[in-house]
Write a protein that binds this ligand. Sequence first.
Ligand SMILES: [Zn+2]
Length: 326
Amino acid sequence: MKRALILASALFAGCMQATPPPGPVETPRPDPLPGTRLSVDQLKSQMFHVSAGKRLKATWPNGARVAVGLSFDVDNATATLSTGNLDYEVLSRGEYGAVDGLPRLLRMLDRQQVPASFFIPAASAVLHPKVISDIQAAKLSHEIGGHGWIHERLPLLNDEKEEQRLLDLSIETLTKMTGKRPVGYRAPSWKFSGWTMGQVKAAGFLYDSSLMASDDAYEILLDGTPTGVVELPIERILDDAPYFGGNADGSNPSVGDVYEVFQSEFDVAYEEGGLFLLTMHPHMMGHRSRTAMLEKLVQYIKGKPGVWFATHEQIANHVKPLIAAQ
Ligand SMILES: [Zn+2]
């Protein structure tokens, strides 16, 4: 009995010693800071596996000051389905993109007579084939680009062969459904694995639109070697998802705030003679007040002289010759 008491008090003392002082606690990962032990050469190989090469700062057709590219990722419910989440509240929030969001946005683009690029996970098109026929029924010539098979998050997939299979399947499916092989690629959630850039280059894509190392278009380098693939850079502040997506979940109800950010970004792009690209989603931007906000922005942009509205494909084709130029 006495021995048990001594043991218990010793254990108790041990617990007391292990109790940390009050304060934030992070659960350590197995190796939380591997970068601290790398040599400069090792850091270079990681940093420059995929990186920015030659800046492709163009003069725009017909003396335009700025090129404007509107893009929509027609994810609908695929990102949710890819994770096996069968919560129909969330799935239906995605399905809104196919049912009401995309048609409303297409009507607005038609009213304003501006083209756009639509990046579509192929499974999203298979599940709602109407998204393809709706886009192709528009009087304007919109572009359809690749966006994975089922919005698979590639670093999570972490499987070279499976990634290649899904890329091939997505290209084949979109080609069959649209009658044209996509020339533009946008990684699901913009996330590359270590294999993605090599596979995108090998598949012969004209351009990627998943990276953000510059405001201007640039050539992507793979392990320091020029790939010939044009990057049309995206940006989180030029994306509707951080403001209207699942993480915001209603925390930013003001479309006016988002309008202000987008317009301010456009104003500087216009002053600098640059590129203004937006990433949006029909299941987010396709809601009534948000499409109205986007239409107001398009009208504001159209009010400026010297604006070139183009698809990403047109912009990539325009800047690509700069890769070879001295
Ligand atoms: Zn997406």
